[in-house]
Design a binder for this molecule. Structure first.
Ligand code: NDP
Length: 444
């Protein structure tokens, strides 16, 4: 059996029931076969893959808090510190009822390669809880965040592990967690990113993942003789990534016609009015359904189905495995020629294979949504220097980073004879740097 297959089997056997983690490992290892086969003897002797697929540490803890009725609630909390070969652990915190150890391991594993691709000195981690912030009062969210941080603060630090936001964690949650960290440790340090601008946050961090997605999409299109201006775009989700992907796509002349949330999707043939979406989602924390009430001509449809809307470009920006083979075929049949993933692993393995085999342009999340973590690393740099850069400075650095990520993925794919396969390219480029650092640091 090949080393890759052996390791995959080991991961499945040793991590039962963690399906998303198995899926992420398989996708990465399959696309690394050429590199691994060429170095098999050396890697086997160093047990390189065994070490790569095993998190350095997983912290799991209980999070008790009191709700508005005076009832004590208990959630599960986690931090997966996956790999620190190239820098302190870095990766978001997710608050969503679906969160479990397997999902955080998949996200942490992906994060290792993504962070490497940014070219910045950050290792990979991920964390979160099965707490659902939806429908909770601000006081309840604060009570949860303070309890979560009371445990987590023992394991993180500006040079050790620097969490950020993810699904369900925005400025409000980061603020509550930061306040509690400072209170417990007495340290005013860059231990979290995505902070508010008055207490160490970076301009452009809020926009970074969505803007970065559009910058790399634009780069991929240009290198393939196409352009974004004038194209029709469908974007799933209506959270942080989806909103700022819509904003930048519109600035560059594209027409975004659909957005969604976990209840359903809206279609606006005249182009989404982002001021209304921001008011619903960022101010009122409402449902996307309300868009159709506010905009004449817009249509709301309950349930899944957003990928049946005809478009040139599709940007899944909600959650993992939200786009399956049937959706991929529908997109292609309706004329879609490019897909870039704002979310982490939103396309199933079958959908990804279909995109690659049918000759569509496809940029995987690992490369496409790396702008968020890259800008988090820029926030860390500003915190260390006790300086704040302007929006334009941060945005220009973000753009440079995304253009470089495109170049690295495209170059690695070419070097290994699979030009245009950005899945393989991103995985190989990310892997090379991490492996170099792991080999240099001995058996740790
Ligand atoms: P938000 O919480 O701001 O928004 C998430 C959006 O996706 C919401 O519209 C939400 O709908 C929808 N959604 C979440 N879960 C589901 C589900 N199970 N089914 C259908 N829709 C769902 O999160 P972000 O925008 O920050 O994150 C979106 C994706 O981007 C995630 O995969 C995340 O890991 C990834 N990402 C985020 C980065 C960041 O900087 N924020 C960086 C890199 C990647 P509802 O409100 O109904 O739940």
């Amino acid at each position: 059996m090949s080393y890759v297959d052996e390791i995959y089997e080991r991961v499945v056997n040793q991590n039962p029931g963690e399906n998303e983690f198995h899926q992420a490992v398989k996708e990465v290892l399959d696309s690394l076969r050429l590199v691994i086969d060429a170095n098999e003897e050396k890697y086997r002797k160093m047990a390189l893959l065994e070490r790569l697929v095993e998190p350095e540490r997983i912290i799991s803890f209980r999070v008790p808090w009191v709700d508005d009725k005076g009832q004590v609630q208990v959630n599960k909390g986690y931090r997966v510190q996956f790999n620190s070969a190239i820098g302190p652990y870095k990766g978001g915190l997710r608050l969503h009822p679906s969160v479990n150890q397997g999902i955080l391991k998949f996200l942490g594993f992906e994060q290792v390669f993504k962070n490497s691709l940014t070219g910045l000195p950050i290792g990979g981690g991920k964390g979160g809880s099965n707490f659902d912030p939806k429908g909770k009062s601000d006081r309840e969210v604060m009570a949860f965040c303070q309890s979560f941080m009371t445990e987590l603060h023992k394991y993180i630090g500006a040079d050790e592990d620097v969490p950020a936001g993810d699904i369900g964690v925005g400025g409000r949650e980061i603020g509550f967690m930061y306040g509690q960290y400072k209170r417990l440790t007495g340290l005013y340090e860059g231990v979290l990113t995505g902070k508010g601008l008055t207490y160490g946050g970076s301009l452009a961090r809020t926009q970074a993942t969505g803007y970065g997605l559009i910058y790399i999409l634009d780069e991929m299109l240009k290198h393939n003789g196409k352009e974004l201006a004038g194209k029709t775009v469908v974007i799933s989700g209506s959270g942080n990534v989806a909103i700022y992907a819509t904003e930048k796509a519109q600035q560059l002349g594209a027409k975004v016609v659909a957005l969604s949330d976990s209840n359903g999707y809206v279609y606006d043939k005249d182009g989404i009015r982002l001021d209304i979406v921001k008011d619903i989602k960022e101010v009122r924390r409402g449902r996307i359904k309300e868009y159709a009430d506010a905009v004449p001509g817009a249509v709301y449809t309950e349930g899944k189905g957003i990928w049946s809307i005809p478009c040139d470009i599709a940007l899944p920006c909600a959650t993992q495995n939200e786009l399956n083979l049937e959706d991929a075929k529908a997109l292609k049949a309706n004329g879609c020629f490019a897909v870039a993933e704002g979310a982490n692993m939103p396309s199933t393995r079958e959908a990804t294979d279909f995109f690659l085999e049918s000759g569509m342009l496809f940029m995987p999340g690992k490369a496409a949504n790396a702008g968020g973590v890259a800008t988090s690393a820029l926030e860390m740099s500003q915190n260390s220097q006790r300086l704040s850069w302007t929006f334009e400075e941060v945005d220009a650095k973000l753009k440079d980073i995304m253009v470089n990520i495109y170049a690295k993925a495209a170059d690695a794919a070419k070097r290994y004879g699979v030009a245009g396969n950005y899945v393989a390219g991103a995985n190989i480029a990310g892997f090379e740097k991490v492996v170099d650092a792991m080999m240099a640091q001995g058996i740790v």
